[in-house]
Design a protein around this ligand. Structure first.
Ligand SMILES: [Zn+2]
Length: 216
């Protein structure tokens, strides 16, 4: 049994390894824990949920240990969405359901219980009694405008960083020098984040922090 104190003393690498060793879904992905597998490729696996909301409720997960969506490498995020499309299609065809609910609980606040990222694919039929009700609330025009502006600002900044990386790649290729492109991107985004914190006086929004919460 590992104590809180021992956990606190672990390096980030040791902590990641510890999480992986203790992750039920990593053990399902590696076959150590038996499951009803319906699909598998090099990087992902889909199994039937042991507590299904409906017949054919599938869980698609990466074979590697990633707690939350922001940790997924871009190619894997793309790949998993394509596999999700295929699984949904298979459910519609094989189970003759009328639709599918595709669902991700990304972070504790969103109801995530397991520390391993996964996508739920739930076959749906009329009157199947599954409730996924998202409330419809009223906010003031001022609040809606403010939240839109803040989101736009962050998204455009991300675009600017990506453009900077592309520019950097081109310059590097032209000069024939090997240089860390992601390092530069991290530097830029880190700088922006710091500036943002300074301006607003608030802690910047960081989904990666959720994985730390999940790991404890
Ligand atoms: Zn895992």
């Amino acid at each position: 049994m590992v104590t809180e104190e021992e956990l606190a003393q672990m390096t980030p690498e040791e902590l990641a390894e510890f999480q992986k060793q203790n992750c039920v879904f990593c053990q399902i992905a590696s076959g150590k824990i038996p499951s009803k597998e319906v699909y598998s490729d090099e990087e992902s696996i889909a199994v039937l949920d042991i507590n299904p909301a409906a017949k054919g409720h599938m869980l698609l997960m990466p074979k590697g240990h990633y707690s939350v969506m922001p940790q997924l490498p871009e190619h894997l995020a793309e790949h998993m969405f394509m596999v999700t499309k295929g699984l949904s299609q298979a459910a519609l065809k094989a189970l003759q359901c009328k639709g599918t609910t595709i669902f991700v609980a990304n972070g504790v606040a969103a109801g995530q219980k397991a520390p391993h990222f996964m996508i739920h694919i739930i076959p749906r039929n009329d009157g199947d009694g599954i409730s996924m009700t998202i409330p419809s609330r009223e906010f003031s025009k001022k609040d809606v405008e403010a939240v839109g502006a803040v989101l736009k600002k962050v998204l455009w900044r991300k675009k600017a960083v990506e453009a900077e990386v592309v520019k950097d790649e081109k310059t590097t290729a032209a000069a024939g020098i090997k240089k860390g492109k992601s390092k530069k991107a991290a530097k830029i985004s880190g700088k922006n984040r710091k500036q943002e914190s300074k301006k607003t006086g608030k802690k910047s929004f960081d989904l990666d922090a959720i994985s730390d919460m999940l790991g404890k």
